[in-house]
Design a binder for this molecule. Sequence first.
Ligand SMILES: Nc1ncnc2c1ncn2[C@@H]1O[C@H](COP(=O)(O)OP(=O)(O)O)[C@@H](O)[C@H]1O
Ligand SMILES: C[C@@](O)(CCOP(=O)(O)OP(=O)(O)O)CC(=O)O
Length: 464
Amino acid sequence: MSSLARSAVSAPGKVFLAGGYLVLDRAYTALVFGLDARIHVCIEPIRTNSGVTLCEVIVTSPQFREAGWEYGYRLTEGDGGIGVTQLRASHDSSLDRNPFIETALTYALTYISSLLPHQSISPTSISILADQAYYSNPGTAPSSTSHFLKFDVTLAGAHKTGLGSSAALVTSFTAALLSYYLPSEKFDIGREDSLRVLHNLSQAAHCAAQGKVGSGFDIASAVYGSCLYRRFSPSLLSSMPEPGSPSFATKLQNLVEGDSWDTEIRKAAVQMPKGLRLVMCDVDCGSQTPGMVKQVLAWRQQNKEEADAIWNELQKGNEELAAELTRLATAAVEKSAEGGTEDKYARMRDLFIKNRSLIRKMSGASKVPIEPPQQTALLDACSSVPGVIGGVVPGAGGYDAIVVLLEDKEEVIAELKNVLVGWKVDGEADDGVKIGKVGMLGVREDMVGVRREDPKIYEGWIAS
Ligand SMILES: Nc1ncnc2c1ncn2[C@@H]1O[C@H](COP(=O)(O)OP(=O)(O)O)[C@@H](O)[C@H]1O
Ligand SMILES: C[C@@](O)(CCOP(=O)(O)OP(=O)(O)O)CC(=O)O
């Protein structure tokens, strides 16, 4: 086993810039940016005074009220892997389950025990710390040097901003466990083969915890950071047995390490030109339409020809957007355009406009509010701010967020903020949905995926 000293990792949240819905089909790709909002996981041995050996993992999320979970674990029979059972604090206390933690723990410990079959798993204590931008609740800093805030709510009471907290959590939690228990010859997040294992294991655990198989773009960006993403074949996971059932451990190891996993990640295909950045805006809106994915897919099935024509055009536009970002990011373009009077972002502006009109076409044809009129008005207003290149509804779209590409200058951001502060939709639109306040989140793109952290930054949050 590795030295089992306190260690920590973090993984980023995401913003889905292009390829929403399309990415569910392997014929298409997504352009996803990682964000500088990260979820950190710090892991350390449990200190026992008594000399009694426990088989316990204690997990806490100290920024939230009543956010602690204790688990017992044991090797199951018939190659079923490590079984994890949540323990009650007392006889009459109720169980507050956290499926993402419980499932990630089960999958990671099972994989670890397959790699270290003759070693027992020692008890650990794990802390989770999330950057402010994941939640819109106001927080307070416990000290002037604290990197993290305390929220005076339970996790269930926290207002998520939709940056992909569960994917960043599952990824950093899994990475923390693998780095902690496995010797570096077997796992090291600095190595490409280890990232692949981490990606596959986190995807499997996240899908199991969610109870559905999405495209997995959020786990991909949590592991690899900003990238062009082609999903894995969903059939890969359909033959996985339930944890604890016969041969789960061997099948999980084969799935995670084998070459059947067909995700494609292209990091070099996604770059952010110098002088530009992304800004995320959160729209206060209670009525997110449920089942948007189902409805879009049903429309596509019933109108294959029309849908495929729109999707193929959108895919082309998305690829052009990625190519243009990459082209602008090259030094040669930066230099040749410097001092020139021509608008070096003209092509990028056109691409945003073209892609948005295709999204609206899909929206209209499927009758799903992907870019509803309220968001069209907001995006148009943001796009007319000098220095803004363009904006879109990220991911599945809907009423609750927009993402804007702009020049990274204080005056541009200040002017955009002005537009947002004053933003008010008069009355309800035809669809009966009234959007509320629009705010800018304190995040921007970040190219880096999962990474090691210095445990010192958790001072004050974890007993030393
Ligand atoms: N800081 C945290 N500590 C522990 N669990 C968390 C934390 N943040 C998120 N989670 C888990 O992730 C879940 C939210 O996941 P989900 O609904 O998929 O939202 P998101 O869109 O942010 O991924 C929470 O219910 C909780 O189980
Ligand atoms: C429709 C999708 O392609 C993209 C959804 O992107 P969002 O960023 O809207 O997703 P959530 O974080 O789950 O709310 C579905 C998918 O790819 O799984």
